[in-house]
Design a protein around this ligand. Structure first.
Ligand code: FAD
Ligand code: NAD
Length: 474
């Protein structure tokens, strides 16, 4: 069925897909009184992804890094209708979006009309179609991934008591594939968990746990400066995290990884890595709803990374569709920083468009009034009002292209150390070590969604420092 809830027929309907960094940043700054706003996301909360690698081991609690969308919506002046649903298709010709509920007792499918739609659906973890990954690996993108990862981690730890010494070594081999920031931060958190908590509470198990990070390129953290890459790799060596670089995973079974290593002489060797827990963090892949829209638009057919947008974030080859964040293909890295700035930019763009629409209506009303005015003085006054409104309209219609300001990159590398590539006065400034860890903490706390999240995260960190991480299954 086609259901259309239009609280105000005079207003345009703006549909926002997703409740992540891009879409929520847009919603926060959007003047919702100017549009009929509809928010569609399978996740009824915003997730602060920078602290997600700290969640499976319990350094921070899941609830501390999420914020419900209903709370965010309640603070808006205008009405925002929320659907806990997944958009399955966007019909760019007839301006319709199809959605499917995710948690209703019976699945509900419906189609909504839109005037404008913003694609903010993010990306999914890439598997590159490598056999066995989807079936055997854990990912680290959403809260559910973190919960599953925690569950599997505890399964391995508790199962270790039942198996032989040889099996135990393999079972307790935790392998992280992908040496980007996600893989590095999670490997670091895992080793902290072993060193700070498991060694104290269950030393006989902790002594057999090994953490390995596998990366296809010659180095981890390839987007960071060389100095910080070296620092991270040395720090991992000290912390006993095994690093396998120039190693590409080719195949995965339920207990073995088949990998290919590039040797100095240019040749390649294939070898097997037995494992107990596999965490897969090899970057982004396009989501099905984005892919389906891309196949509908001629100008998008060649794109592989996501929706191609122009400088105003308008999807090339379509009308009334914008894209931001990880589902778009731009010259910027797929980061929260970029998505949040794009969201704020689009909010401003829609606010300007809404204002322009209002002014146009005012001008039309004034023109009608002028036509029916009897005396020349009234007509003169109206004419000067129209002139002033026209100037305002021109200002509202002047929309500048999106510009990104890079503030730097940060990553936690374990043992209370972090690396930071900061952009200070236009120069890249690398920082590393314990002081950078304190900087990392304060930067992430300040970036948290609101004061509630800030307090909860700080409380979790203090709790971890004072009592250690909880090693119970829950
Ligand atoms: P997301 O934030 O992923 O949001 C996408 C939204 O779309 C979600 O609400 C999702 O539920 C929803 N959605 C999915 N499918 C559909 C559908 N079919 N219909 C409707 N809605 C849908 N970046 C940094 O800058 N700094 C960091 O420290 C950092 N740390 C990270 C740590 C981890 C573990 C990960 C995974 C990423 C990290 N990133 C970091 C990257 C950052 O999280 C992403 O670049 C950012 O989330 C992109 O924002 P987005 O709005 O495009 O997508
Ligand atoms: P990524 O794309 O940054 O890194 C993935 C890594 O996996 C690459 O180095 C790649 O060479 C490697 N890889 C791919 N296939 C492989 C294979 N078969 N075998 C072995 N290695 C393989 O991915 P990510 O770390 O998930 O990050 C995604 C985005 O999110 C990036 O833009 C990143 O900057 C951002 N992010 C930032 C932070 C931070 O700033 N602290 C944290 C997490 C994510």
């Amino acid at each position: 069925p086609t259901t259309q809830i239009v609280p105000d027929a005079k207003k345009k309907t703006l549909v926002i897909l997703g409740s992540g960094w891009g879409s929520i940043s847009l919603l926060k700054k959007l003047d919702t009184t100017q549009y009929n706003v509809v928010l569609i996301s399978p996740r009824n909360y915003f997730l602060f992804t920078p602290l997600l690698p700290s969640a499976p081991t319990g350094t921070v609690e899941h609830r501390s890094i999420i914020e419900p969308v209903h709370g965010i919506i309640r603070q808006k002046k205008g009405v925002v209708k929320y659907y806990e649903a997944e958009a399955t298709a966007v019909d760019n010709v007839n301006k319709k979006v199809t959605l499917k509920s995710v948690n209703t007792p019976e699945e509900v499918e419906m189609t909504l009309d839109y005037d404008y739609i913003v694609m903010g659906v993010g990306a999914q973890t890439s598997t590159f179609g490598i056999p066995g990954v989807a079936e055997n690996a854990c990912f680290l993108k959403e809260i559910d991934d973190s919960k599953k990862l925690r569950q599997q981690l505890m399964d391995r730890i508790e199962t270790a008591a039942f198996v032989s010494a040889e099996e135990r070594k393999n079972l307790l081999h935790m392998v992280v594939v992908g040496g980007g920031p996600t893989g590095v931060e999670f490997a670091a958190e895992l080793q902290d968990f072993v060193d700070d908590d498991l060694k104290r509470s269950c030393p006989e198990i902790a002594k057999d746990i090994r953490v390995t990070l596998v990366e296809a390129l010659p180095n981890v953290l390839s987007s960071f400066s060389k100095q910080l890459v070296d620092y991270t790799q040395n720090s991992f060596a000290t912390a006993n995290i095994q690093l396998l670089t120039k190693t590409m995973v080719k195949n995965v079974t339920k207990d073995t990884i088949k990998a290919e290593r590039s040797l100095e002489d240019g040749s390649k060797e294939t070898f097997e890595i037995p494992y107990g827990l596999l965490v897969w963090a090899t970057g982004n892949a396009v989501r099905p709803v984005t892919r389906s829209l891309m196949t509908n638009i001629e100008a998008q057919k060649q794109s592989r990374r996501g929706l191609i947008v122009n400088d105003f974030l308008v999807v090339e080859g379509a009308e009334g569709i914008w894209a931001l964040g990880d589902c778009s293909a731009t010259k910027f890295a797929p980061t929260a920083q970029v998505a949040a700035q794009e969201g704020a930019y689009l909010a401003n763009l829609f606010n300007q468009m809404g204002r322009a629409h209002e002014i146009e209506d005012d001008i039309t009303a004034l023109q009608l009034k002028s036509e029916s005015a009897q005396d020349s003085n009234t007509r003169k006054t109206i004419a000067s009002e129209i002139e002033s409104k026209t100037r305002k309209l021109r200002r509202a219609q002047t929309i500048l292209p999106f510009e990104y300001t890079h503030q730097g990159s940060l990553a936690y590398i374990g043992s209370e150390r972090a690396v930071a590539d900061l952009s200070l006065w236009g120069n890249a400034t690398p920082w590393a070590g314990s002081m950078t860890y304190w900087f990392w903490m304060s930067a992430y706390v300040s970036m948290c969604f609101n004061t509630r999240n800030r307090i909860l995260v700080c409380f979790d960190w203090v709790k971890t420092k004072v009592f250690g991480r909880d090693i119970s299954r829950e």
